[in-house]
Design a protein around this ligand. Structure first.
Ligand code: SF4
Ligand code: FES
Length: 247
């Protein structure tokens, strides 16, 4: 396959960026999108040009580092992470536009790399859970209903990639936040600090400049882990309860 790439290039956070056009030849349909970008970077290196900066780590869909806006869609045309997107999802001769996540709370650092530290600061604002450390407790000593355990496990699969924020017209991180709050709120270990946690995390969300949720649903459609939209209802419910309790 031969593809034309229109890629956002920006030397650093303070500089203006622009779209640059590159041709990449001999792309295998079995390459991942990131492997195709590796090929481009080898070509740029050979020509003595600056390679395109982009993030990746695991390349297995589990670390959340690799988000790109591909043809206007977070992580591209499949429900997966950018590293698990393969070139067979495109057609020979395609022109593909590649941009960084676009959100006020995710400033561009260079080319396709954004600072997603705001998500980490929200987790930090959530604080600790007061469980005893030491050896693992006996598995049946704290019973958890099966439905709760399954849902907690499902929402805990959020990898913090930020696609939900990039896809949302409001730049809201409500799906991410809802996943984190729901995960701990369903488990006995999450109860003692439950009210404080949701209040502090929502305050940090707003402080970071993320927008509010208006129930559009673009977040859940873009989420590679298919986190359901109703975690945002749970988030709102937990926040109302915490406020009722005087937080
Ligand atoms: S909710 Fe989904 S899209 Fe948002 S950070 Fe988690 S995994 Fe990524
Ligand atoms: S590089 Fe880890 S999820 Fe894509």
């Amino acid at each position: 396959m031969n593809v034309t790439l229109k890629i956002w290039r920006q030397p650093d956070a303070a500089s203006e960026g622009a779209i640059h056009t590159y041709e990449v030849a001999d792309v295998s349909p079995d390459m991942s999108f990131l492997e195709m970008l590796d090929v481009l970077n080898e070509q740029l290196n050979d020509r003595g040009e600056e390679p395109v900066a982009f993030e990746s780590d695991c390349r297995e869909g589990i670390c959340g580092n690799c988000g790109l806006m591909i043809n206007g869609e977070a992580h591209g045309p499949e429900v997966t992470t950018t590293c698990q997107l393969h070139m067979r999802s495109f057609t020979d001769g395609d022109t593909i536009t590649v941009e960084p996540w676009r959100a006020d709370a995710f400033p561009v650092l260079k080319d396709l790399v954004v600072d997603r530290g705001a998500l980490d600061r929200m987790i930090q604002a959530g604080g600790y859970i007061s469980v005893n450390t030491g050896s693992a407790p006996e598995a049946h000593s704290v019973p958890v209903p099966k439905d709760d355990a399954d849902r907690a496990f499902n929402v805990a699969t959020c990898i913090g990639c930020g696609a939900c924020v990039a896809a949302c017209p409001n730049g809201s991180a409500s799906l991410f936040l809802g996943a984190k709050v729901t995960h701990l709120g369903l488990l006995p270990q999450g109860q003692p600090e439950r009210d404080e946690r949701v209040v502090n995390m929502v305050a940090q969300h707003d402080h970071e400049g993320f927008g509010g949720c208006t129930n559009i649903g673009a977040c859940t459609a873009a989420c590679p882990k298919e986190i359901p939209l109703d975690v945002i209802s749970q988030l709102n419910k937990d926040l109302r309860t915490a406020i009722k309790h005087g937080h």
